[in-house]
Ligand binder design. Structure first.
Ligand code: FES
Ligand code: FES
Length: 78
């Protein structure tokens, strides 16, 4: 059973990404290197979301998005 994701920020992170590079978005909210995974999810049952960058993106900080790693506006309802 997984632990609940922690809300890291109630707003998205504007991340400057390098096109074609691979990133790991922190889904658990525990990383000290938001919005990216730093391994702090270990033991929570939660996993980061790997994705390949296409452009600068707004990466979800609240960890409640239904479209991780991207912000889908859910933070406005928290
Ligand atoms: Fe999580 Fe916008 S920051 S949905
Ligand atoms: Fe949050 Fe890895 S530290 S998913």
């Amino acid at each position: 059973m997984s632990e609940e994701a922690i809300i890291a920020e109630k707003s998205p992170f504007a991340a400057e990404l390098v096109r074609g590079e691979s990133y790991y978005w922190c889904a658990c909210g525990r990383s000290k290197n938001q919005p990216f995974c730093d391994g702090s999810h270990q033991g929570t049952g939660l996993e980061p979301v790997a994705f390949t960058a296409e452009k600068t993106a707004y990466l979800c900080g609240c960890k409640r998005t239904a479209n991780g790693p991207f912000c889908d506006g859910t933070h406005n309802k928290l």
